[in-house]
Design a protein around this ligand. Structure first.
Ligand SMILES: *Cc1c(COP(=O)(O)O)cnc(C)c1O
Length: 468
């Protein structure tokens, strides 16, 4: 079976499949436990998508007992054998045994679904280099110590067919006219655009395409929201689920700073700050942030003193279809999560692929985007990934306010935004960096991700294609 089938557990939600396959092999096909377990662990692999503790789901033993009693028996047997191994490797470390067990005894008996996924898989991967490192050092440190080779990194990617060719046909056409269409299936070919940053015709065409896409988005905004935005202003875009760790609030604080500066007579290039994103149904605070953005937008957009130098837009119903219109029109991509909290991000890749410059923290795939596009072509600010080392010191200093440390990054964020404003005032320098961002996105094709999965986890090779 493992030679013909690979099952990738996409987060912990489907981990019950480990027990289900064991049930099918032992109960229905009458296999011995050891042979069944060998097939199961060679078939499954598990992708972890977040370090947020609330995502590490546990299911109550009582629920299992009532709904899936046979699966519960199997999980107990998996755990009995696993615990025997752990106790053999680490004798006398009772605290470690408790931490690693598939059963959490501390909050009423509960099954730790992530532990089931790790124990039942031959590979466990994170979705960006920093995320995989933190996964090995924090939430799964005990498992990494036991099985160092089980843990691998598979940096996420986005498909260039949707996020460039389909969403931005004008840019796709321009690129194809200059370097051919090989990039559609081999995104690394975008590196050839580097040489075109000194080609005036290409740069002018690139600017025209961006401007046309901004006009298209401005029309959508006017139609849906009756807000007029200036296509020559800096389109400053933050589109993603609304969550405290993604720090839409930090962006709102920056808007208020810009507002106060304009009221005090300061100058800065005109900006349109665009938000999109949904909150989880039960996440009250995130919904309050959406309301705040809309209220700040009302104040800013209706203040005649702004003289059209600042506009704020919240585009409702953020989804893939809307993303395909917003992303090609972005000048600036906001990727400002607290360092260490965003596993990878893929919005960051889509926006850079469409010629937006990134303002971001050293978090998730932003770190690797910086490596690919060059640190001089991206706006990095804020604390680095190891921000939790002195958390106890920090907590002592601040009691319990500002959990996601907006104040800690506020000053440096505003200073970095000032550099964005300055660069936007020099359109040719801006455009060069924008092109170099597109040129650096080859690494972030999902084709590369999938071929890494195929080689390292699934042990499959591409089937030769028929010539047509
Ligand atoms: C890409 C995408 C996301 C992920 O965005 P992040 O900025 O990586 O959080 C979320 N929603 C939609 C509709 C997307 O297209």
């Amino acid at each position: 079976m493992p030679d013909k089938v690979a099952i990738q557990l996409n987060d912990t939600h489907p981990s019950i499949a480990v027990a289900e396959l064991m049930r099918i092999l032992t109960d229905q096909h009458h296999m011995e436990w050891d042979a069944a377990w060998d097939i199961t662990t060679r078939t499954f692999a598990y992708t972890n998508h977040t370090l947020m503790p609330e995502a590490l789901e546990t299911w109550a033993v009582a629920l299992f007992q009532r709904v899936l009693p046979r699966h519960l028996q199997i999980i107990y047997e998996i755990n009995r054998r696993f615990m025997k191994d752990v106790m053999h490797q680490h004798p006398g470390e009772a605290a470690l045994w408790q931490r690693m067990s598939l059963i959490d005894e501390s909050h009423g008996k509960r099954i730790r679904m992530a532990h089931l996924a790790i124990v039942g898989s031959h590979k466990v991967n994170g979705v960006a280099a920093i995320h995989t490192r933190l996964m090995k050092e924090t939430i799964f440190a005990d498992f990494h110590r036991l099985w160092p080779n089980k843990f691998v990194n598979m940096t996420n990617g986005v498909t260039p067919r949707r996020w460039l060719n389909q969403a931005n046909p004008a840019l796709a056409k321009l690129i194809t006219r200059r370097i051919g269409n090989g990039w559609l299936k081999d995104l690394d070919q975008l590196r050839q655009l580097t040489a075109l940053t000194s080609d005036a015709d290409f740069c002018n065409d690139f600017v025209r395409v961006k401007r046309d896409n901004k006009v298209r988005l401005a029309q959508l905004i006017e139609q849906r929201l009756s807000i007029r935005v200036n296509p020559d202003s800096l389109f400053d875009v933050q589109i993603k689920r609304i969550h405290e760790y993604k720090r839409q609030l930090l962006n709102v604080l920056h808007i208020i700073t810009l507002y106060n500066r304009i009221r005090a007579g300061g100058t800065a290039p005109p900006r349109t700050v665009i938000f999109g994103g949904k909150a989880a149904p039960g996440y009250r605070f995130a919904k309050l942030i959406i309301r705040l953005i809309n209220d700040v937008a009302d104040v800013v957009n209706n203040d005649s003193r702004m003289n059209d130098r600042l506009k704020v837009v919240f585009i409702p119903n953020y989804n893939v279809s809307n993303a395909e219109i917003i992303i090609p029109a972005a000048d600036l991509s906001e990727q400002i999560s607290t360092a260490g909290t965003e596993a990878s991000g893929t919005g960051n890749m889509k926006l850079a692929l469409n010629g937006a410059l990134t303002i971001g923290t050293l978090d998730g795939a932003n770190v690797e985007i910086r490596d690919e596009v060059g640190h001089e072509n991206i706006f990095i600010f804020g604390m680095t990934g190891d921000c939790d080392r002195y958390k106890p010191v920090f907590d002592n200093l601040t009691c319990h306010g500002d959990y996601y440390r907006l104040m800690a990054d506020y000053e440096s964020y505003v200073a970095c935004q000032d550099r964005v404003g300055q660069l936007f005032g020099d359109p040719s320098a801006w455009t060069q960096k924008a092109i170099l961002n597109v040129a650096g996105m080859g690494q972030f094709s999902s084709d590369r991700t999938i071929s890494q999965y195929a080689k390292t986890i699934w042990n499959v090779v591409p089937k030769a294609r028929k010539q047509t």
